[in-house]
Design a protein around this ligand. Structure first.
Ligand SMILES: [Zn+2]
Length: 297
């Protein structure tokens, strides 16, 4: 019999949360600014300025609005910042740390890891780690892959370079381990890009969604996650959700979430640390092994 997946488990225990909490919520921000544009056009720089201006809105105005929102709700966020963004805006990481937020890596040039030679991946990661260390004194932080993509080699690289956890993949709805690395899983349906990204780029051509409808969708995501005892990880972007109507949406979502005192509002780093010291460690350990694919004759 042909087996596609070498790990055939279909039953796992419930995730155990601390101190009577029944689920967790992370507010994460991918501070992309102009980095995806720079990555996409690295070979052939273009003369147009509209998309780059649209993206620079993030560091100029969006970030202050998002930080103000989190301050209002007394929530610490997890901010994933590409090396080039930290380099371009050198006061960004210190500002975030001053407000008690978590800062973590998000590639150097918002590179797609499945499109890179291993040497380039390593060079980008070490360059990013050096920038963060120079600006904050911190090393061995967490990582989120640009465009939510990984390869077995890129996960191994993170481990080898001492990155403390990854927050990219979607294999469980609570923390787990993949190839021995702690994974704080994300979720496409909780990413603002899906609803609001519209740029000159061919991929981002969505008809912008109604924020009220998205609020309802995300409240349902929250209720479902809470019932099931999972992790809800909100992922927003500086240049998308820093706009006033999206801030209103997030404000109302956080009001709703905060009405429940059995929810653990944490940063990804806090959750990764908890996971590693808890009974959950090892219970949800998987590998990137794909197994043998069925072949057609
Ligand atoms: Zn990104």
């Amino acid at each position: 019999m042909l087996t596609m997946n070498p790990d055939t488990r279909t039953q796992f225990p419930s995730y155990e949360w601390p101190d009577g909490k029944r689920c967790a919520v992370i507010f994460s921000v991918d501070v992309d600014a102009e980095s995806p544009y720079l990555w996409r056009n690295r070979m052939e720089p273009k003369n147009g300025v509209s998309e780059i201006e649209q993206r620079r809105y993030g560091p100029r105005q969006g970030m202050s609005r998002i930080m103000g929102l989190l301050e209002k709700h007394a929530i610490k966020g997890s901010f994933y910042v590409p090396g080039i963004v930290a380099q371009t805006y050198p006061d960004l990481l210190p500002r975030l740390l001053e407000q008690g937020h978590e800062v973590a890596y998000h590639g150097y040039l918002h590179e797609r890891l499945d499109a890179l030679a291993p040497e380039t991946s390593e060079a980008f990661l070490s360059q990013t780690m050096e920038i963060f260390e120079r600006q904050t004194g911190l090393r061995n932080l967490g990582y989120r892959s640009p465009s939510f993509e990984h390869t077995p080699q890129s996960l191994a690289l993170l481990k080898r370079m001492g990155v403390s956890y990854d927050s990219t993949l979607m294999g469980f709805d609570h923390p787990y381990e993949i190839d021995g690395l702690t994974e704080i899983p994300t979720q496409w349906t909780l990413d603002d890009i899906l609803y609001f990204a519209y740029t000159e780029n061919r991929r981002d051509k969505l008809h912008p969604a109604n924020p009220i409808a998205v609020l309802e969708t995300w409240q349902e995501e929250f209720e479902g996650t809470r019932e099931a005892g999972g992790l809800m990880i909100i992922t927003v972007h500086d240049w998308v959700s820093g706009r006033p109507p999206r801030i209103r949406l997030l404000d109302r979502l956080l009001d709703h979430i905060r009405q429940h005192d059995d929810v653990w509002l944490a940063t990804s780093a806090e959750l990764a640390r908890y996971h590693e010291g808890s009974v959950n460690k090892g219970r949800f350990s998987v590998t990137t092994e794909k197994g043998q694919f069925p072949t057609t004759v």
